[in-house]
Write a protein that binds this ligand. Structure first.
Ligand code: UD1
Length: 440
């Protein structure tokens, strides 16, 4: 059966207020962290997106029970890990979602063992896990490869260590945190990732009885506790800064004013600075951000970097803005080696982008035209829908399963801001005409 697509009618604007969901990249790791304590953790502000369903399945395969609250409470996830009796995460799930690898740290922490399918590369790059493994090895874990699976064993228990990461990897920092909270003695993670999602994870671990200090800085210190002393907790997921940045880009693109609620401006410092450089007026409140623009967009120079640098997850959205700016912009991707596939899709809509290695030269000022396009990843998909909103005519965005992975009710939220956008099945007319002919 044909898969749904998103159909957008352009020459439109986005105005009004939208509330962001809880952060996908945080909630996934909070669910994994709940493995560490026996019993039921209650997680609030968990987005209703398909990646969360996959992570819930990962935990269910381990023996946990996971369910959402009823009507009015859908954003609360109840994760009961009391009956986990397996430490194997199958290929079918890891290949669906790389973030499944974040069960490695907590499984080792709770059982001293893990058997997890090796994640492969993905469209945006090789995405290795060598730093996860080297870090965990220094805590006393031994790894072997077993027919595509990673076997991890901490035969003599986990012990604290001083780990220096080659690069402030989000995933490696998280796996190390979740194992080191129950390692004997002190662990120092230097060159740690500083993303708000790391702070969120540390807050939850501390609420479970762990002792993590200075999460959010480059040097995190963990004093290990007994795994039996960790207990389930209740925790609220931090707001999704990438969803917020996506809507702000939409406001900047069409003029706004557009307000996103449920997000601290401090988590989007660099994106806000770039919006201002591009000629937008950005107003900040403690829990919301408003963008508006009356003048044409200025060109910009952007380099993606680990937080607090410019997030790679907002690169596509700002490439779209650059395509509509007056002049030449330069965007440099430093985090993932192959994250410019989106440029080819935007070019189908009339953008003029030259890719040279990990730099994109974007010649702005083109009027975009609606076109059939495909999501190459979830951020690219969300951005193609935004592009359709300013383009002339109709845009049909395919492979929207990517968008569903990370954006809760994207179409509904855009409609509430005035967009003419809907989910449809393609070939509607084609199928009707085939049926009519066969009925004749
Ligand atoms: C997380 C986010 C992703 C975001 C990224 C960077 C989730 C589910 N995903 O991904 O949305 O774009 O952070 O902010 O939270 N690397 C290695 N070896 C390792 C680990 C990483 O070489 O052991 C490389 C990766 O290939 C990549 C870079 O380091 O080039 C960054 O990766 P990392 O920060 O770990 O990103 P993820 O945790 O995979």
């Amino acid at each position: 059966m044909a898969k749904e697509i998103i159909v957008v009618h352009g020459n439109n604007t986005l105005t009004g207020t939208v509330e962001v969901a809880g952060a996908k990249n945080s909630a996934l790791k909070l669910i994994a962290a709940s493995i560490l304590a026996q019993g039921e953790c209650v997680l609030h502000n968990v987005p209703v997106i398909s990646d969360i369903e996959v992570m819930s399945e990962v935990l269910e395969v381990l023996g946990a029970t996971v369910h959402r609250g009823g009507e009015g409470d859908e954003h609360t996830l109840y994760v009961d890990t009391a009956n986990i009796d397996s430490y194997e995460t199958p290929y079918e799930l890891v290949s669906k979602m790389r973030a499944s690898i974040s069960v490695l740290g907590p499984l080792i922490g709770r059982f001293g063992n893990a058997y997890v399918a090796m994640p492969g590369g993905c469209q945006i790059g090789a995405r290795k896990i060598d730093m996860h493994l080297r870090g965990l090895e220094s805590l006393g874990v031994e790894f072997s490869i077993d027919h595509g699976y990673l076997r991890a064993e901490a035969k003599n228990g986990l012990h604290g260590a001083h780990v220096v990461l080659d690069f402030p990897s989000v995933g490696a920092t998280e796996n190390l945190l979740m194992a080191s909270v129950v390692a004997e003695g002190t662990t120092v993670i230097a060159n740690a990732a500083r993303e708000p999602e790391i702070m969120d994870l540390a807050d939850m671990l501390n609420a479970m009885g762990a002792n993590v200090k200075d999460a959010g800085s480059s040097i995190i210190t963990v004093e290990g506790v007994e795994v039996s002393s960790l207990h389930p907790c209740e925790h609220r997921t931090v707001g999704d800064r990438i969803e917020a940045g996506t809507f702000l880009a939409g406001g900047a693109l069409t003029g706004g004013p557009l307000t996103v609620k449920g997000i601290k401006p401090d988590y989007l410092r660099m994106a806000i600075a770039k919006l201002r450089e591009m000629g937008c007026v950005v107003d900040e409140a403690p829990d919301s951000i408003t963008v508006k623009r009356t003048e044409p967009l200025n060109p910009v120079e952007i380099q993606t970097l680990p937080h607090p640098g410019f997030p790679t997850d907002l690169q596509a959205q700002f490439m779209l803005l650059a395509s509509c700016a007056k002049g030449m912009s330069v965007i440099t991707e430093n985090v993932f080696e192959n994250r410019f596939m989106f440029a080819a899709e935007l070019a189908r809509m009339g953008a003029d982008i030259l890719i040279e290695d990990h730099h994109a030269l974007v010649r702005g000022g083109r009027k975009l035209q609606g076109a059939p396009v495909s999501s190459t990843d979830l951020r690219a998909g969300a951005t193609l829908v935004l592009a359709g909103i300013v383009a002339e005519g109709e845009t049909r965005v395919h492979k929207i399963n990517h968008i569903d992975r990370g954006y809760e009710d994207y179409v509904g939220k855009l409609r509430s801001l005035g967009a003419d956008v809907s989910r449809e099945f393609p070939y509607k007319n084609y199928r009707t005409s085939v049926r009519l002919r066969s009925e004749e």
